[in-house]
Design a protein around this ligand. Structure first.
Ligand SMILES: NC(=O)c1ccc[n+]([C@@H]2O[C@H](COP(=O)([O-])OP(=O)(O)OC[C@H]3O[C@@H](n4cnc5c(N)ncnc54)[C@H](O)[C@@H]3O)[C@@H](O)[C@H]2O)c1
Length: 338
């Protein structure tokens, strides 16, 4: 299981499992008792890259931590319950993953979660800025197009902002695109890599199938269909779960893959590339997901969009208004916070 499950999710460069000498990452999961948090914590506990796993939630963390702590892997596990135990959970962390907050129910958009999740993300990232300002911050909570700007503004308020260390985890979009293209073309999904750029909601999710490795040729109707399926894949799961939440297991897989890539890069592995929704200088939008070269201190280089097709160019242009509005909404939220 380890080599398969611990395999990072996307680019060919990061297919192999790390054998780094410094497998000592201290990782915290905030929202650790939830549908994503629990399987994510399991995958992190299963990884030799992690030496300390601290779990925070407003409910059930003692039980989740006790359960995981019996697994015969090296990472120590500690549960932290309620705000007074949050500082201890964060101190000394190298990376913090945040899947805290409510998920969608059928008929909801990700933006419908804003009223609940904005303040949860603001509170948790404020604690990160105070107690582990150097850590990599990986945000899963939706609406990601707004929660990453929220995290940024909160870190700025605390004078601890480093744009190279705040990530919106969009890896599930890449995982999905890889799977769907592989299904369509009869390929091994583990060998397919489709960069997905833009944001993480509906039309802002832009799979760059023209850059797929290996190269795939699809007639326009199939291209449109598989692009649309990737954009609406989260809703496909929300509908199938019929009120019991959104993607959790595939998200945990994707989130763990992202953390492993990040830790690999922090350990000095070269050529680690991940797409993530980050502060961007490269596109005509303050935040944008593009492939990023990761390094010891987070983002080493934004690899930008690269060469794309007219179909993809059009999708980017169409995504900008929604993306910009979601970003502004997040920024305004922090500005108006007392
Ligand atoms: N980025 C992505 O690709 C992606 C994919 C799927 C889901 N999500 C998002 O991830 C989030 C979590 O989804 P889930 O299915 O795990 O939800 P869930 O309801 O199963 O779990 C959320 C957990 O957060 C905890 N929580 C609530 N408020 C908290 C607080 N103030 N501090 C700490 N913990 C708190 C809850 O107690 C719960 O255990 C949702 O916002 C969902 O939309 C993102």
């Amino acid at each position: 299981m380890p080599s398969a499950l611990a395999r990072p999710a996307g680019a060919a460069l990061r297919r192999s499992f790390s054998t780094s000498a410094q497998n000592n990452a201290k990782v915290a999961v905030l929202g650790a008792s939830g549908g994503i948090g629990q399987p994510l914590a399991l995958l992190l506990k299963n990884s030799p890259l992690v030496s300390r796993l601290t779990l925070y939630d407003v409910a059930h963390t003692p039980g989740v931590a006790a359960d995981l702590s019996h697994i015969e892997t090296r990472a120590t596990v500690k549960g932290h319950l309620g705000p007074e135990q949050l500082p201890d959970c964060l101190k000394g962390c190298d990376a913090v993953v945040i899947p805290a907050g409510v998920p969608r129910k059928p008929g909801m958009t990700r933006d419908d979660l804003f009223s609940t999740n904005a303040s949860i993300v603001a509170t948790l990232t404020a604690a990160c800025a105070q107690h582990c300002p150097e850590a990599m911050i990986c945000i899963i909570s939706n609406p990601a197009n707004s929660t990453i700007p929220i995290a940024t503004e909160v870190f700025k308020k605390h004078g601890a902002y480093d744009p190279n260390k705040i990530f919106g985890v969009t890896t599930l979009d890449i995982v999905r695109a890889n799977t769907f293209i592989a299904e369509l073309k009869g390929l091994d999904p583990a060998r397919v890599n489709v960069p997905v750029i833009g944001g993480h909601a509906g039309k802002t999710i832009i799979p760059l199938i023209s850059q797929c490795a290996p190269k795939v040729d699809l007639p326009q109707d199939q291209l449109t269909a598989v692009t649309g399926r990737t954009q609406e894949a989260g809703t496909e799961v929300v509908k199938a779960k019929a009120g019991a939440g959104s993607a959790t297991l595939s998200m945990a897989y994707a989130g763990a893959g992202f953390v492993f890539s990040l830790v690999d890069a922090m350990n000095g592995k070269e050529g680690v590339v991940e797409c993530s929704f980050v502060k961007s200088q490269e596109a005509d939008c303050a935040y944008f997901s593009t492939p990023l070269l990761l390094g010891k201190k987070g983002i080493e280089k934004n690899l930008d969009i690269g060469k794309i097709s007219p179909f993809e160019e059009k999708m980017i242009a169409e995504a900008f208004p929604e993306l910009k509005a979601s970003i502004k909404k997040g920024e305004e939220f922090v500005k108006n916070m007392k």
